[in-house]
Ligand binder design. Structure first.
Ligand code: HXC
Length: 269
């Protein structure tokens, strides 16, 4: 959940996304749910898709309750590795909400392990969820984005900017996502579709953080982050709002790193 005073403290007008629809993979996860919340509270309707039906439907209901009149679909049993299931989710979104303006390709998988204990299938699983899943999301939403001249945001990372151990699968997948983003920004720009990545650093109270950084190491990493704190889901939500807003209408083909300059200092450790 974002802070209760999100609207009052937001630098954006509370109606900037009225009439817009956002489609989010991994939308029940902590970061993507709060990205969706920001858009919904600023006027959008949305669809969040995920593998677990109950979790996705519960998250959608919670988001819908945040703004009178909001509509948020929770579409479960959708696996981003299966493009047919994604196409069904897109069809449902169009028939229920009429359009898709913004897409967040956020579904991700992660675990920490060295290469000696990483099977080929373990590597492939993360590549399939993160990289193939991002491609499938772009492919399944393409016609809808063409119709709305919309905008697509992939969720990347900083793990591949330097030799980040024990997450070779994630680093390889996220490097691929950055390359995919660049290619699509060039291909789809003439259609008016903007394509970008957000690369979060360590974001407090998220599943990714819990998986990557044991609690006893978290204090050390706070000190190593130049801005002296971990990120919040609000930081990522605000970057997302900016990227989808008119304020970023000439921004495409880039990675917005939201990490308090953390990866620069991580290189020195
Ligand atoms: C070694 C592991 C493992 C582990 C799974 N595997 N966990 N290997 N260490 N901790 C291996 C399995 O043994 C199997 O290989 C293969 O991976 C596939 O495992 P499954 O459980 O069958 O896959 P699946 O059910 O599809 O689950 C995918 C998952 C799971 C990625 C493994 O953790 C998941 O669903 N995660 C989704 C939620 C999540 O990860 N959220 C965090 C996102 S945060 P074998 O050879 O035995 O068949 C994030 C931040 C990135 O992504 C930041 C980057 C720095």
């Amino acid at each position: 959940m974002l802070p209760a005073d999100f609207i009052e403290s937001s630098p954006y007008k509370s109606n900037i996304f009225v009439g817009k629809v956002v489609f989010v993979t991994g939308g029940a996860g902590t970061i993507c749910k709060d990205q969706t919340e920001a858009l919904v509270r600023l006027g959008a309707n949305g669809a969040i898709v995920g593998r677990k039906k109950e979790v996705t439907e519960k998250a959608a209901k919670e988001l819908e309750a945040l703004r009178p009149g909001a509509r948020v679909l929770g579409l479960g049993e959708i696996d981003v590795r299966d493009i047919q299931s994604l196409k069904r989710a897109v069809d449902t979104t169009i028939s229920e909400l009429g359009r898709i303006d913004y897409v967040i390709a956020g579904a991700a998988g992660n675990f920490v392990t060295d290469i000696n204990h990483m099977s080929a299938n373990a590597f492939k699983t993360v590549i399939d969820i993160d990289l193939l899943g991002s491609f499938n999301t772009a492919k399944a939403t393409f016609e809808a984005l063409r119709a709305s001249a919309g905008s697509l945001v992939f969720i990347s990372a900083t793990a591949h900017y330097h030799g980040s151990p024990f997450t070779a699968h994630v680093g390889a997948a996220k490097a691929g996502i950055d390359a995919l983003m660049q290619a699509l920004a060039v291909e789809l720009g003439p259609l008016g579709i903007r394509v970008n990545c957000i690369a979060p650093g360590f974001i407090a109270a998220t599943e990714g953080m819990d998986r990557l950084l044991p609690p006893d190491m978290q204090k050390t990493y706070t000190r190593l982050t130049p801005l002296q704190r971990f990120g919040t889901t609000l930081d990522i939500a605000n970057a997302t709002v900016w990227l989808f807003s008119e304020a970023a209408s000439y921004v495409s083909g880039t990675v917005i790193v939201v990490d308090g300059a953390g990866w620069h200092s991580a290189q020195q450790t």
